[in-house]
Design a protein around this ligand. Structure first.
Ligand code: ATP
Ligand code: MG
Ligand code: MG
Length: 592
């Protein structure tokens, strides 16, 4: 892959490496957590990033940006990127999602091995014991207290941007008293919601996240990993910095929404370092702008709504912006990685045009996807003088076209596609006009057109059915004009059209996908995305395909000439029953 463009995170990492900042970033003590010690055993000088999804849904194209960034940086600087399941929220998490996340990261071309081949996959829930100890430490050191106000009281006393908060009446209880209450929380002696553990920072801070944030809550819920062992769970803002510190993460990269959390991230790690609970130097958090892609929703909750309500056929519906959806649609890992490099990494809020993603797919497939002719809206073309020219109506002419238009460097050219021309072929309905509009170059009475890879024909007219629709187009084949023969240029055709032989064509189901939403920003400005669904997001055509496509295997990708890039559906395609999905159309509009 070509050299990556630089960006502010690369500059930070390069400066840190040059300064030897992480040369001592390994854990010398013995906190007793196996995962922690595993992480600490690594080459001390290397950078360590992490991708920390919550296993509560399938990953989407926004996550792909984070994956390419974190795993890509680790690879480029000979470090390691941890795959960490941020599973501190017991209710919504599931093994199905864990498995799908592992698949998605692998499929995108990344792994979590370090340079010695050791795997770095972690679960935040494995650190619950350590987190609990850290919480007790904060209480003992006077940095946390158990608050027993109601949720409403706490909300009211937090204040807002215009006014400072008010101290809780529980704020000045002694560490011993808070410790006893915290243990009562842990031991199940208090009902859900009766108390929270709060960091003791500053109720007057201009940053509301620093106004004594909650760090532990009571929640009787079965956790997918720890079962019913705990009835208190750490809050994300408390858990995340600890996870990073235990794994000796050097650069903790997240989206800009977390910028206001950074002071708490640093406050917490400073306190834990003072207590000798974590290694130094501590991880640092850096923020970048999340991916916003036009016509796409990147909220797991809303995507789940589409799945749960049958608006799409599943997480891997080819219209979904999930990694599994993009994969089934025919997007390639290389195209998605190219897209992530191309959109870059900045701190500026912006929207990326969906066409950028489509352009990356075309760039990846253009040189390597085999070409094929497929007629999506078929009407028969009858060559009425066939027997006069070739001796019998049943005669078939061998034709061929290259599988790829250009040689690929260092690769042997693939065998050409072979097919036969006979008296009757399928053409696109739009390729005939009885009364041609101005500038029309395809079939109309008296016009000469080449059947691509075959002969030049002269249109003579059409037959209409009872409904008035064109039922057959008629033409005369012109002898000695076959492509690739000396006579090919003897007559000048106005255009060349795609076609499929009626005798050797293969019937195929072709799924023509369009955008799922009619609005470029279906999820912005309080819009209701459910009212913005595109009713034409899926159209199914019964098409005729050239015989080379009978050999297509699931996941094979093609360029159907003039129609775009297509993939044989991963699940529904079978050799006797071909099913193709349109990935994207061709940028260049086909010959007018
Ligand atoms: P959602 O809101 O869809 O649930 P999330 O951010 O809560 O997304 P996580 O599983 O926590 O989902 O995300 C894992 C990582 O992916 C986080 O580090 C997060 O910052 C990153 N991420 C999520 N969405 C995007 C996006 N649109 N662009 C870039 N990174 C993203
Ligand atoms: Mg999240
Ligand atoms: Mg979320």
């Amino acid at each position: 892959e070509p050299t990556k463009p630089s960006h502010f995170l690369r500059q930070i990492i390069e400066a840190d490496l040059a300064a030897g900042k992480h040369a001592h970033n390994h854990w010398a003590g013995s906190p007793g957590d196996a995962a922690h010690q595993r992480a600490g055993a690594l080459d001390a000088a290397a950078i360590r990033t992490r991708f920390p999804p919550e296993p509560n849904g399938y990953l989407h194209v926004g996550h792909a940006k984070s994956i390419c960034l974190n795993f890509g940086l680790a690879r480029d600087y000979q470090g390691v990127c941890h795959l960490r399941f941020d599973d501190t929220n017991p209710e919504k998490e599931d093994q199905e999602y864990v498995d799908s996340i592992i698949d998605a990261v692998h499929w995108l071309g990344f792994d979590w091995k370090d340079t010695d081949g050791a795997e770095h996959q972690y679960f935040a829930s494995d650190y619950f014991d350590f987190m609990y100890r850290a919480a007790e430490y904060l209480i003992e050191a006077g940095h946390a207290y158990v608050d027993e106000q109601t949720a409403d009281e706490m909300r009211a006393s937090r204040g807002d941007f215009s006014k400072p908060g008010v101290n809780s009446p529980f704020r000045d209880r002694t560490p011993a008293e808070s410790l006893a209450r915290f243990r009562a929380m842990r031991d199940g002696q208090l009902p859900d919601g009766a108390a929270v553990l709060r960091a003791k920072i500053d109720m007057a801070s201009p940053n509301i996240n620093m106004r004594d944030p909650a760090i532990y809550r009571i929640r009787r819920a079965t956790h997918h990993n720890t079962g019913d062992r705990w009835c208190i769970y750490p809050m994300y803002t408390f858990a995340h910095p600890i996870e990073d510190a235990l794994e000796c993460i050097t650069h903790s990269i997240c989206t800009l929404e977390f910028e206001d959390q950074r002071p708490f991230y640093d406050w917490l790690l400073d306190r834990l370092a003072e207590g000798d609970l974590i290694a130094t130097p501590q991880p640092r958090q850096y923020e970048f702008a999340r991916l916003n892609l036009t016509y796409v929703i990147t909220s797991k909750r809303k995507l789940k709504h589409l799945v749960d309500n049958g608006i799409v056929a599943g997480w891997d519906d080819p219209r979904m912006p999930t990694i599994v959806g993009l994969r089934r649609r025919g997007y390639t890992p290389a195209a998605i990685r190219l897209f992530c490099d191309r959109i870059g990494v900045t701190k500026d809020y912006s929207w990326i045009d969906y066409a950028t993603l489509e352009g990356c797919l075309r760039e990846d497939l253009e040189p390597r996807a085999h070409r094929a002719m497929v007629v999506l809206d078929p009407v028969p073309l009858v060559l009425t003088n066939w027997a006069e020219v070739f001796g019998s109506d049943g005669h078939l002419e061998d034709c061929q076209l290259p599988a790829l238009p250009h040689a690929v460097d260092g690769q042997e050219a693939p065998a050409p596609r072979r097919f036969k021309l006979g008296r009757q072929v399928w053409i696109e309905r739009e390729d005939f006009e009885e009364t041609p509009p101005k500038g029309y170059k395809r079939l109309f009475p008296g016009n000469l057109v080449r059947l691509k890879g075959g002969y030049v024909v002269e249109c003579t007219g059409c037959v209409r059915g009872a409904d008035g629709q064109v039922a057959e187009v008629h033409a005369k084949v012109i002898a000695d004009t076959k492509s690739g023969t000396p006579g090919a240029d003897s007559v000048k055709a106005k255009s060349a059209i795609t076609w499929v032989g009626a005798h050797d064509g293969v019937q195929a189901e072709v799924r023509l996908y369009d955008r799922l939403f009619t609005d470029a920003q279906p999820d912005a400005g309080g819009k209701d995305f459910l009212t913005l669904l595109n009713p034409g997001s899926l159209r199914v055509a019964t098409a005729w395909a050239e015989p080379s496509l009978a050999a297509a295997r699931a996941d094979d990708k093609f360029q159907f000439e003039r129609h775009g890039y297509f993939v044989a559906d991963r699940h529904d395609h079978a050799s006797g029953k071909p099913v193709f999905n349109r990935i994207t159309s061709l940028k260049d509009s086909w010959g007018k």
